[in-house]
Design a protein around this ligand. Structure first.
Ligand SMILES: [Fe+2]
Length: 180
């Protein structure tokens, strides 16, 4: 049987962290993740790393943290960023609306976490947009290991004919996806 979609969408993300306690606390306290399960390395022979499964809703997990106790973790350096292995560029959490997004931004500021980019309107069509893509509002921070994390709200949807539609339901007629 052929299906209209072979993949239904992006689901969870698994991040390697140098300090499990610190990272669980960060994602729990800042964004409200809940711990579904946590398992020590080797509990399953095939899995020699510690794993923590975190959720934001009713899925078993939306974010997985892994930690390898045998690895000598070190801080990522500017040299690594300029020349070195390919890293994750960033990953993002969507907020349900702008009000929630502003609330998260206040929490971030209250904890003294640096906003490394933004707040920014990713748009070349909407007022105040910086010319970038997605029709959403974003800001970026680093997690305890320096993973670049984006918080956003109000991303555009795509109509059946490929036209961008804003969160207010307005079609942006000059904006089309490359592939329908
Ligand atoms: Fe992004």
């Amino acid at each position: 049987m052929s299906k209209a979609r072979l993949v239904s969408g992006f689901h969870h993300f698994a991040l390697e962290v140098s300090d499990m306690e610190k990272s669980i606390a960060f994602y729990r306290e800042l964004f409200g993740f809940k711990l579904s399960e946590r398992h020590p390395p080797g509990e399953i022979v095939a899995i020699p790393v510690e794993l923590a499964f975190l959720r934001v809703g009713d899925n078993h997990h939306d974010l997985v943290l892994s930690h390898n106790p045998k690895k000598k973790y070190r801080k990522r350096t500017p040299e690594d960023d300029a020349e070195g292995p390919a890293y994750i560029h960033h990953f993002a959490f969507g907020c349900p609306d702008r009000e929630a997004w502003l609330e998260v931004m206040e929490m971030v500021k209250a904890r003294g976490i640096e906003i490394i980019r933004g707040p920014v309107v990713h748009s070349k069509y909407q007022p105040g947009g910086e010319g970038s893509w997605g029709e959403n509002e974003s800001f970026y921070i680093l997690d305890p290991d320096g993973h670049r994390l984006e918080l956003f709200c109000d991303m555009a949807t795509i109509d059946a004919d490929g036209t961008f539609v804003t969160v207010r339901g307005e079609r942006i007629e000059e904006a089309k996806v490359e592939e329908i």
